[in-house]
Write a protein that binds this ligand. Structure first.
Ligand SMILES: C[S@@+](CC[C@H](N)C(=O)[O-])C[C@H]1O[C@@H](n2cnc3c(N)ncnc32)[C@H](O)[C@@H]1O
Length: 188
């Protein structure tokens, strides 16, 4: 019910099929440390923490109200002890982070993915998984559907992200038409 309500909002929670794929990846990778960029109300962080009982989750959200709501959800689902919720601009926080992550769920501001990529790469050891959501955005990024004028910049930035990650020889990347498009990149 919480997920249904969150999916109707402006910055929705990950779609069901995206969440299923993310949890399948998490299950295969069995991560000890997970990073999520873009917490929203924390529903995907909760699902990741429940699916990966040995993992610590760090999740970053810029909006203070959403951050508070997420913290309430972490307590409600009894996973607060394994989730570090940070209220910050991911762009400022990432360069300060030092600990490696086995799984990164990139679900924050889409136009920033390409700018975050070098920092995310630095935080991912070999075998780490970078799972980026919404990379195809209604078919606009692939050109399958025409991009509205006001979305052209975000679509260009997402294309740059896909170019960067797909051409990086340190990553093995697959782009899938799941939800609004996901790019799964494994660090070689
Ligand atoms: C698509 S929602 C995240 C949904 C969440 N991952 C889930 O599956 O439930 C994107 C979130 O990124 C947050 N966000 C936007 N810009 C950000 C930034 N610069 N740093 C951190 N979070 C940001 C938004 O406030 C929003 O809550």
């Amino acid at each position: 019910m919480l997920r249904r309500a969150a999916q109707g909002r402006r910055d929705p929670a990950a779609e069901d099929e995206t969440l299923q794929l993310l949890l399948a990846c998490a299950h295969m990778r069995a991560p000890r440390r997970i990073l999520e960029i873009g917490t929203a109300e924390g529903l995907t962080s909760v699902a990741l923490a429940m699916e990966c009982p040995d993992a610590q989750v760090t999740t970053v959200e810029i909006d203070a109200d959403l951050h508070e709501r997420a913290r309430e959800n972490f307590a409600r689902f009894a996973v607060a002890d394994r989730i570090r919720a940070v209220c910050a601009d991911a762009g400022s926080l990432l360069p300060q982070m030092r600990e490696p992550f086995d799984l990164i769920f990139l679900d924050g501001p889409k136009a920033q993915y390409v700018h975050y990529f070098p920092e995310l790469k630095r935080l991912l050891p070999s075998g780490g998984v970078l799972f980026a959501d919404d990379v195809l955005l209604y078919g606009w990024v692939s050109g399958r559907a025409e991009t509205p004028n006001k979305r052209r910049s975000i679509v260009e930035r997402l294309r740059e992200y896909l170019n960067a990650v797909c051409s990086d020889p340190d990553f093995l990347t697959s782009v899938l038409e799941v939800g609004e498009g996901v790019a799964i990149s494994i660090r070689r």
